[in-house]
Design a binder for this molecule. Structure first.
Ligand code: GUN
Length: 284
């Protein structure tokens, strides 16, 4: 089975569109998302364009503020502060990565936790790890939704996450743990990675290398979630971290790239924007 993230994301966006319209009747305004894009990395430009398009589709007001890669850290912090203090702005997203001369951690920490639609702020990360109610990071949240959509009962399963980034690997491991999976986080220093991966009933791969996971690393009947977004060196097309052609013959279910995790990340960002909006409205 191919897990069609695109299909699920369309149905969630359809429902969100109705919700946004109802919220507009209730509060007299729609959620407002501001995305900051520094520089012109083609990958980041493409992600940000996708986010803006999805926001417009569901009726979320959105602005992309573009700044040159030469912006100073203090100028960027000042911009974030302005948006924090703008009562008409509900969600703030700073597209990563930032240029090397800017401290990403400083910028993330400067975003008001109430407006942090990525859930990257230390306060929101802490809440996730302490299992307190909070905004969930978009890609991990999307992965759990994909597993539910595919009818996977997570409780009691062996889950292996390859990759330990702050954005995907670590938070998805925590969400799988909260869903009662037995979780292993593998990474570049893991010994016998193929053997570890083959234990997985649920294999999540977030490495950023094409064809990193081959069929021999997958247990027959496993569910494979491919978070990778790479360019295939053979043909220049988008591809994931998993050798899809081989893997689909071994796995019971697998997400494609494109059309798997990617659209769910964007859709969860829309959900988060609505969630922060509602939280802000209810605080007034
Ligand atoms: N860069 C890659 N993924 C993400 C994401 O989910 N959010 C932000 N802000 N930047 C990213």
């Amino acid at each position: 089975m191919i897990i069609k993230g695109k299909e699920l994301s369309v149905s969630i966006k359809d429902a969100l569109k109705v919700r946004v319209s109802v919220l507009n009747d209730q509060y007299g305004r729609t959620p407002n998302l501001v995305v900051i894009l520094v520089g012109d990395d083609p990958g980041s430009v493409s992600y940000v364009t996708g986010k803006a398009k999805a926001a417009t589709e569901v009726g979320i007001r959105n602005t992309t503020i573009r700044r040159e890669a030469t912006i100073t850290e203090s100028e960027l912090l000042e911009l974030v502060d302005e948006l924090n203090n703008d009562d008409d702005v509900d969600g703030i997203l700073v597209q990563l990565p930032l240029p090397k001369h800017i401290d990403e951690n400083k910028v993330i920490a400067a975003i008001s936790p109430e407006k942090d639609v990525d859930a990257f702020h230390p306060m929101n990360v802490a809440k996730l790890w302490l299992k307190q109610p909070c905004i969930l990071p978009c890609t991990p949240k999307g992965i759990i939704k994909l597993l539910h959509f595919a009818g996977v009962d997570i409780a009691g399963k062996e889950a292996v996450v390859i990759g330990r980034s702050n954005i995907v690997g670590q938070p998805v491991a925590k969400l799988l743990l909260d869903a009662n999976a037995t979780v292993t986080v593998a990474h570049s220093k893991t010994k016998n990675l193929a053997e570890v991966a083959r234990r997985a009933d649920i294999l999540v791969v977030a490495v950023g290398r094409e064809r990193f996971v081959t069929a021999d690393m997958i247990k027959p009947g496993a569910v494979v979630i491919d978070v990778g977004v790479n360019r295939d060196s053979r043909n220049g097309k988008l591809c994931g971290d998993v050798d899809f052609e081989e893997a689909q013959n071994v796995a019971a279910a697998i997400t494609p790239v494109p059309g798997g995790v990617g659209p769910m990340t964007i859709t969860c960002l829309m959900e988060n924007t609505v969630e922060v909006f509602v939280n802000r409205m209810n605080k007034k």
